[in-house]
Design a protein around this ligand. Structure first.
Ligand SMILES: [Zn+2]
Length: 426
């Protein structure tokens, strides 16, 4: 039997290793969009794991959204087969990072270490988590080379743009289904004491209103699409927003505000732009466009979510002269939630308690991540997110991950994998 304390000590002894691996990943600016440098990053991980006896496969997501010869969508999947048959535990991390944005006080790709924190784009979301998983698994294989079952680690593309060139592509090819895989842990930054069971649903849609163009000095001769959109917004304010705020879920979503149903108006566009002289085109707008971002709860059905909006628009069409609209679906994901008594959720929760000496908190994420593809395409319910890093720092300027959190989370992941592979429940 493997001594759990010895495993923890071995992982603690790899502190410099986890720091250096995280830094080397941050220094590869895998910014998405457009999806830069995926191949280098995938090979960096793959070559390291191959040296440690993993069988490594590289998969380019040919034909996926965004894949091109200039920006190929490369993924890496590494598998270490145990001596005896048993379950497979898979750690999946996305290698892409969001755009840098403004407001940084450090170089976003220098991976500087300052006061026990590694700074850089992707440090928290989620190269730190991926590095911690690699270190956890390497330590586990050193400590227990005779473990049954198999361990997999994948580094995948495009999570930040929906995962179609990454986890979705691999899931369609059986990489995230039984019998190949039994349990998946995604080291997204959810804070090191939380086990994330899933996420709310998403519906993105485009709403257009239409009018009739006329001279801006005689708007009564036309019909303003922008005023029609104004009527939509007024109806949203009066009816929809209060109704959504009143819906509460039993899902343990964090932060608490996201336990209600939410709607964001992502953007609104209408009318002609100003000319080169900075003066407006004096026209009544004949079209206006709005993008909505509706996040919904496991207690809600997607068709009901859509009907709420459509009913409101149909009523405006009956009551308001000249009101015409078009509603187009852009993207949808239904909510996903693993039960807290699932083996992977339990194994990670037990490991959190052992490492941090406090009970794990079960949470649900307000936004989606690659778990949706593992659930919907792979049909594998035994999947959770667990990783180091503070959720609120993801996508922010001066993003960082604390070195202590990397080591703690690596210990949790190592113990959880050990528990799942050996079937130990203590
Ligand atoms: Zn992420």
């Amino acid at each position: 039997m493997i001594d759990r304390d010895a495993l923890r000590e071995r992982i603690a002894g790899k502190r410099d290793d986890v720091v250096e691996l995280t830094r080397s990943l941050i220094r590869m600016p895998t910014v998405n969009p457009p999806g830069e440098g995926y191949e280098d990053c995938a090979r960096h991980l793959g070559e390291r794991l191959a040296r440690r006896g993993f069988e490594v496969v590289y998969e380019r997501a040919h034909g996926a959204v965004g894949d091109s010869d200039r920006h190929p969508r490369w993924n890496v999947v590494a598998r270490h087969e145990g001596r005896d048959p048993g379950p497979t535990v898979h750690f999946n991390g996305h290698i892409d990072v969001v755009a840098v944005g403004s407001g940084w006080t450090v170089d976003p790709f220098a991976a500087e270490v300052i006061d026990g924190r590694i700074y850089g784009r992707g440090s928290c979301d989620m190269k730190g988590g991926l590095a911690a998983a690699v270190i956890a698994v390497e330590a586990l294989l050193e400590a227990a080379p005779d473990l049954p079952g198999a361990i997999e680690i994948s580094g995948t593309a495009d999570e930040e743009s929906g995962g179609y060139g990454g986890v979705a592509y691999l899931a369609e090819r059986g990489y995230f289904s039984k019998p190949r895989v039994d349990h998946v842990i995604i080291p997204e930054p959810l804070n090191k004491d939380r086990v994330c069971l899933g996420h709310r649903g998403v519906w993105w849609a485009e709403l257009e209103t239409f009018g009739r163009q006329a001279h801006g000095s005689m708007p009564f001769l036309g019909d303003s699409a922008i005023r029609h959109m104004g009527a939509v917004l007024a109806a949203f304010e009066a009816e929809l927003f209060p109704r959504l705020a009143a819906k509460r879920t039993d899902m343990p979503v964090v932060p608490d505000g996201a336990r209600a149903s939410t709607l964001n108006i992502n953007s609104i566009h209408g009318g002609e732009a100003e000319g080169f002289d900075g003066l407006p085109a004096p026209l009544v707008a004949d079209a206006c466009r709005l993008i909505l971002d509706r996040r919904f709860l496991i207690e809600e059905q997607l068709d009901t979510v859509k009907r709420e909006v459509r009913d409101l628009l149909d009523r405006l069409a009956r009551e308001r002269d000249g009101f015409r609209y078009r509603l187009t679906d852009l993207f949808e994901v239904v909510p996903s939630m693993t039960t807290a008594d699932d083996p992977v959720a339990q194994a990670v929760a037990r490991a959190v308690e052992q490492v941090l000496s406090r009970p794990a908190e079960f949470v649900v994420s307000p936004g989606t991540y690659d778990q949706k593809h593992i659930d919907r395409i792979g049909r594998l319910p035994s999947c959770i997110a667990y990783g180091p890093g503070i959720l609120d720092l993801a996508h922010q300027p001066d993003e960082y991950v604390a070195v202590d959190d990397l080591v703690d989370a690596a210990q949790v992941m190592g113990l959880a994998a050990l528990g799942l592979l050996t079937g130990a429940s203590t």
